[in-house]
Design a protein around this ligand. Structure first.
Ligand SMILES: *[C@@H]1O[C@H](CO)[C@@H](O)[C@H](O)[C@H]1NC(C)=O
Ligand SMILES: *[C@@H]1O[C@H](CO)[C@@H](O)[C@H](O)[C@H]1NC(C)=O
Length: 261
């Protein structure tokens, strides 16, 4: 009796030890049933997740009245999901007033807004904002902040083609300003200017111009963004203000009125 008991105990102990060790090992390496590294659990606000293929694939579905923004499935690869979980967004959040130096672009029927900032500005935080409940955006709307004041020339005669840091709008307008010298192309006789203001008649001074005749139509826009200027060095009072002076010339039958923003 005694001898038999003594033999059973070491065997039992060995089995317990093996079970304990294998348990610790599988915990440490985070393996799932199939011996692959498991990924962290994902939850989807205003939606559901469904695991497929033994937990290797997660499928996302949004509740009614919510649209899925992002990838609808993700795969577990070496312990990491291959894509970020999507967002379930809906319509009905309060409209966001247009911010200075940028604009919001709506998508997914107004459930998602993306802030686009003018050159020289960047969003204060994530440019994306999602309507996650009927009346709630998922955070405060970002604004456009100057991404650092550039040391740009405060005087510009457009003699060099870097335009002193002024840049064409490549996204929200219909056409661009043309950098050139001497007169406007002979193709458009009877329009102006015929020379540059800085250097005068007969000289090769440069200027920027827009052609308003065909193919341009009423309300076509050509926008130039200025550099972001800091307060002038001579300024002692923060809100003293600055003055912007420029020369312009409008000549021809299709010029229409000038508007400056
Ligand atoms: C809103 O959600 C998106 C996606 O999860 C995230 O990238 C963004 O930072 C969130 N915005 C705020 C302000 O928390
Ligand atoms: C041009 O813009 C003005 C002012 O925004 C607007 O009243 C007018 O209807 C527009 N015309 C055309 C042809 O788009």
């Amino acid at each position: 009796m005694v001898a038999r008991r003594n033999r059973i105990y070491p065997i039992l102990l060995l089995i317990i030890l093996i079970v304990a060790i294998s348990g610790a090992y599988s915990q440490q390496s985070g393996r799932n049933k199939n011996g692959r590294e498991a990924c962290s659990r994902v939850v989807l606000k205003n939606g559901k997740t469904k695991l497929r293929s033994g937990g290797r694939v997660v499928k996302f579905n949004c509740n009614r009245e919510y649209v899925l923004v992002g990838e609808s499935t993700s795969t577990c690869l070496l312990g990491e999901w291959t894509s970020e979980p999507p967002v379930c967004a809906t319509k009905g959040c309060p409209s966001i007033p247009p911010p200075p130096s940028g604009r919001f672009i709506a998508s997914n029927g107004g459930a998602v807004m993306r802030l686009e900032c003018n050159p020289g500005y960047r969003p204060s935080h994530s440019p994306m904002i999602y309507c996650v409940d009927r009346f709630d955006w998922n955070g405060t709307a970002p604004i456009c902040q100057a991404s650092g004041v550039q040391q740009s020339a405060t005087r510009c005669d457009f003699e060099s083609d870097d335009l002193c840091g002024w840049v064409q709008d490549t996204r929200t307008d219909e056409f661009d300003w043309t950098w050139q010298n001497y007169g406007t192309p002979s193709l458009h006789l009877g329009t102006g200017p015929s020379f540059d203001h800085t250097l005068g008649q007969g000289k090769a001074g440069h200027y920027l111009f827009i052609e308003s005749s065909s193919p341009r139509i009423l309300n076509d826009t050509a926008r130039l963004f200025s550099p972001v200027y800091g307060a002038p060095e001579s300024s002692t009072i923060a809100d003293e203000g600055v003055c912007f002076t420029f020369w312009f010339h409008m000549y021809g039958s299709t010029t229409g009125p000038a508007a400056i923003e």
